[in-house]
Design a protein around this ligand. Structure first.
Ligand code: NAD
Ligand code: LMR
Length: 330
C-alpha cells in the first residue's frame, strides 16, 4: 500500500537554493523513494510569477512521488499542517558582508514564520532554517512559535551540514582517504567564520585522521579558516552565494533526521540542553546521531583547552546575536 503524502513547506521557492532543492525533494531524495510529498511553496507576492514557472517545470518532470503543489505568499497557508519546513527564503549576503549583517533585515521574516508555524503546522513539524544568519533565525522562529504552545521546540534546527560537508571534503583531500570512510566529525557552534570544525575524533577505516594528517599548523592556519570562510570564497568566485551545495546539505540534514544516520555522527544546529556549557535554548552546532525521526546529541565528547576556546568564541557570537534580537521577541 502506498504511503500518505508528507507535507513539505519550502520558503524562498523562487530563489536560487529553491531551484536546486525542489526537484530533489520531489524525486524522493530527501524523504525516500517510496514517500509521496505535497510541496507548499512560500515566496513574496512579487516572486509568485517565478514560482509558477518553477511549478511548470516540476510538472514537466512528471515525478511519481509529487502528490500536489501549493504556491502562496501567505505563511498561514504555506505552513498549514506542514510536517517538514525548510526556511530558505531570506536575503543572501553579498561580497564584503558577514552573515550577521543580515540579522536586522532577515530577523522579522522569522518572527512572522515562527508565528505561522506555531499556529498552523503539524505539532511534530521538523523545521530546518537555512536563511542566514541561520542559527539566530532558527532561535527567533523557535521562540516565536513557542508562544502558541503547540509545536516541539526541539524540532527547530539550523543548517550546519554544509560546513560539515565542506570539512569532510577538505579532510578527505588532505588525508588521501575517501569522504565516505570518514566518521565522527563535528562542527561546533554558529554557521559563521567562528564555527569550530573539530576532527580530533575522526577515523577512516579505524585509523585516526588526526594522526594521519599530523599537522596542527594545517589545522589552525589552513583547515579552520578555509571551512569557516568557504561561503565568502564562493560569493567572491560566483558573485552569488552557494546554492546547489546548500540545497544538497539541506537534503542531507532532513534525510538523516527523518530516515536515520545509521549510527554515524552528523552535525545539526539544535537548541542547547545546557550540555558542553552552552546555555539552554541557543541554537548551536553539535554532533548528533539520528534514529526513528529523532536526533540524539552525542554526549561526553572530550573538550580540551583549544576546543574550549573555540567553542566559547563561537558561543560569544551567538550570545551577541541573541541579545541583538531580544527586543523583537518581547
Ligand atoms: P535568493 O535571493 O536567490 O532567494 C531568496 C528567495 O527568498 C527569493 O525568491 C525571495 O523572494 C524569497 N524571500 C525573501 N523574503 C521572503 C519571505 N519573507 N518569505 C518567503 N520568501 C522570501 O537567495 P538564496 O541564494 O536562495 O539564499 C537564501 C538564503 O539562504 C540566504 O539568506 C542565504 O544567505 C542562505 N544560505 C544559507 C546557507 C547555510 O549553510 N545555512 C547556505 C547558503 C545560503
Ligand atoms: C554559505 O556558507 O555558503 C552560505 O551561508 C552563504 C554565505 O553567505 O556564506
Amino acid at each position: 500500500m502506498s504511503k500518505s503524502p508528507i507535507r513539505v513547506t519550502v520558503t524562498g521557492a523562487a530563489g536560487q537554493i529553491g531551484y536546486s532543492l525542489l526537484f530533489r525533494i520531489a524525486s524522493g531524495e530527501m524523504l525516500g523513494k517510496d514517500q509521496p510529498v505535497i510541496l507548499q511553496l512560500l515566496d513574496l507576492p512579487q516572486a509568485q510569477k517565478a514560482v509558477n514557472g518553477v511549478i511548470m517545470e516540476l510538472e514537466d518532470c512528471a515525478f511519481p512521488l509529487l502528490a500536489g503543489v501549493i504556491a502562496t505568499d501567505d505563511p498561514a497557508v504555506a505552513f498549514k499542517d506542514t510536517q517538514v519546513a525548510l526556511l530558505v527564503g531570506a536575503r543572501p549576503r553579498g561580497p564584503g558582508m558577514e552573515r550577521k549583517d543580515l540579522l536586522t533585515e532577515n530577523a522579522k521574516i522569522f518572527t512572522v514564520q515562527g508565528a505561522a508555524i506555531g499556529q498552523y503546522a503539524d505539532p511534530d513539524v521538523k523545521v530546518l532554517v537555512v536563511g542566514n544568519p541561520c542559527n539566530t533565525n532558527a532561535y527567533i522562529a523557535k521562540e516565536t512559535a513557542k508562544k502558541f504552545g503547540r509545536v516541539k521546540e526541539k524540532n527547530f534546527t539550523a543548517m550546519l551540514r554544509l560546513d560539515h560537508n565542506r570539512a569532510l571534503s577538505q579532510l578527505a583531500a588532505k588525508s588521501g582517504r575517501t569522504v565516505d570512510s570518514l566518521k565522527n566529525l563535528v562542527v561546533w557552534g554558529n554557521h559563521s567564520p567562528t564555527m569550530y570544525a573539530d576532527y580530533r575524533f575522526v577515523t577512516s577505516n579505524g585509523d585516526s585522521v588526526k594522526t594521519l594528517i599530523n599537522d596542527e599548523t594545517w589545522n589552525r592556519e589552513t583547515f579552520l579558516p578555509k571551512v569557516g570562510k568557504r561561503g565568502a570564497a564562493i560569493i567572491e568566485a560566483r558573485g552569488l552565494s552557494s546554492a546547489a551545495s546548500a540545497a544538497n546539505a539541506a537534503i542531507d540534514h532532513v534525510r538523516d533526521w527523518v530516515l536515520g544516520s545509521k549510527g554515524e555522527w552528523v552535525t545539526m544546529g539544535i537548541p542547547s540542553d545546557g550540555s558542553y556549557g552552552i546555555p539552554e535554548g541557543i541554537i548551536f552546532g553539535v554532533a548528533v546521531t539520528t534514529e526513528n525521526g529523532e536526533y540524539k546529541r552525542v554526549e561526553g565528547i572530550e573538550v580540551d583547552e583549544f576546543s574550549r576556546e573555540r567553542i566559547n568564541f563561537t558561543l560569544n557570537e551567538l550570545e551577541e546575536e541573541r541579545a541583538g534580537v531580544a527586543d523583537l521577541l518581547k
